[in-house]
Design a protein around this ligand. Sequence first.
Ligand code: OAD
Length: 233
Amino acid sequence: MNTSSPNIVILTGAGISAESGLSTFRDANGLWEGHRVEEVASPEGFAADPVMVHRFYDARRAQLAEVEPNAAHLALARLEQALPGRVTVITQNVDDLHERAGSRSVIHMHGQLRSALCAACGHRAEHLGDLGDTPPCQQCGERALRPDIVWFGEAIYDGERIYDAITDCDIFAVIGTSGMVYPAAGLAAEARANGAHTVLLNLDPHDDANDYTEVYEGRASERVPEWVDSLLR
Ligand code: OAD
């Protein structure tokens, strides 16, 4: 390993997958694929209408087969290949486009569509089919599988690993996120306080621009490959 290379941590959000055809959460009308976020992304929403919530995530999971990684996902995979062991992607996204682009070190802090969580025993396992059919848990046999997605009010995954990555990185980049959902929204300030060079690549400006050393506005499919090229020059 080249220990003189910088340690790079990248936080991504829905904006990096927008140009692959996946809608972001906070569209102009404030709806996610026609639903209020609380209806489909909270334990209360699931308890109120599990059939609708399963149908919603089953559709999101099926949609993965219709989309492809874009130039921004591919550029981050290229960065990791050029600097093995020095690049970590922390994503808020529940799609699998980073992995399909070739990124290997990916932390899904908000869970994944391709995984199911058993509400009875807590077992998490890859699950590619529909959950609306209420299949049994492979571990305990209960028909209590739910989407393995971190909903509002629930704890993020891999919090300790994320904290370690943030406090140990030289460069922290944030791509395609509105910075409205915590704790993800607080990571840039934390990285900067720990001495990292912080970079924002986003379509729209952020209110928290003070947290960043550099800001590049524009589409991820353009800004991210340019930024990766500049790092590898
Ligand atoms: P948002 O929908 O809140 O924000 C998407 C951001 O991406 C906005 O700032 C857009 O300006 C930007 N954007 C859109 N298209 C872009 C493009 N082509 N290139 C670059 N930037 C672009 O999505 P997130 O910030 O990811 O949580 O949302 C955070 C969390 O809120 C999600 O993970 C989700 C949601 O509730 C859970 O599901 C738990």
